[in-house]
Ligand binder design. Structure first.
Ligand SMILES: [Zn+2]
Length: 228
């Protein structure tokens, strides 16, 4: 079964509480290539491109990883933590199991119960404050493509394909070759776990993606929605 990995504990909490029901993942990868250019004045007649000695980034497209109906394992820090780790739901630190050994007043050892210990929060409640590395299994029930970027009018999020947008709203407008509707940002920010309280703005979601992926150049993403 394929894995979707997360690295922020607030998203794990939102998923476990049923508030986050989708994830947005890049449909591109960056590759560094040598920058070549044809020397000026020699462009006719087949001059060999000369390297400028600089490296430049190019974006390569990817296909969505999931199809509707597939199951996915949701994991926390899949590649960077040991198998069978448990984590603190408040800070995402790996938990240790502590086994306190003390002695009573006459020196007889007292075995106390084991507990989960977080380096930031101390003892954790096993029912409400901890989660395992593989914390959920879901069934993908929606897959579509979006684009996020920035125009002079500001940042935007829009559907790449009109038929996907029409499932969400009838009244659409175009923004940089994508299909948007009023409220698209709020709908996505709620489904993606960025809005959990009424006072949160959907723009925090775009800022987060901008920080991770730099949306100065518009970029494409797959949205995977699920049911548990
Ligand atoms: Zn903690």
């Amino acid at each position: 079964m394929k894995v979707i990995s997360f690295s922020e504990p607030r998203f794990v909490r939102a998923i476990l509480e049923g508030k986050k029901t989708q994830t947005i993942r890049p449909l591109f990868r960056e590759k560094l290539i040598e920058d070549h250019k044809v020397m000026e004045g020699f462009s006719i007649g087949g001059a060999e491109p000369k390297t400028t000695g600089k490296m430049m980034k190019v974006l390569l497209n990817k296909e969505p990883r999931f199809k509707v109906g597939e199951k996915a394992k949701l994991m926390f820090k899949q590649r960077s933590t040991p198998k069978d780790s448990w984590f603190c739901l408040d800070c995402g630190s790996i938990l240790e199991v502590k086994r306190p050994l003390t002695k009573d007043s006459v020196g007889v050892p007292i075995i106390k119960r084991e507990y989960w210990y977080c380096k930031n929060h101390g003892e954790r409640n096993p029912h409400t404050n901890v989660f395992p590395k593989h914390f959920a299994t879901v069934r993908i029930n929606d897959v579509f493509e979006i684009e996020m970027g920035e125009t002079r009018k500001g940042k935007y999020l829009g559907f790449v394909h009109k038929e996907d947008a029409l499932k969400h709203a009838k009244s659409l407008f175009r923004m940089n070759n994508t299909y948007c509707y009023n409220g698209i940002m709020t709908e996505f920010a709620i489904a993606d776990g960025f809005i959990q309280h009424n006072n949160q703005s959907p723009w925090a979601m775009l800022e987060w993606f901008h920080k991770q992926y730099n949306l100065d150049q518009p970029k494409r993403f797959a949205v995977y929605g699920w049911t548990t």
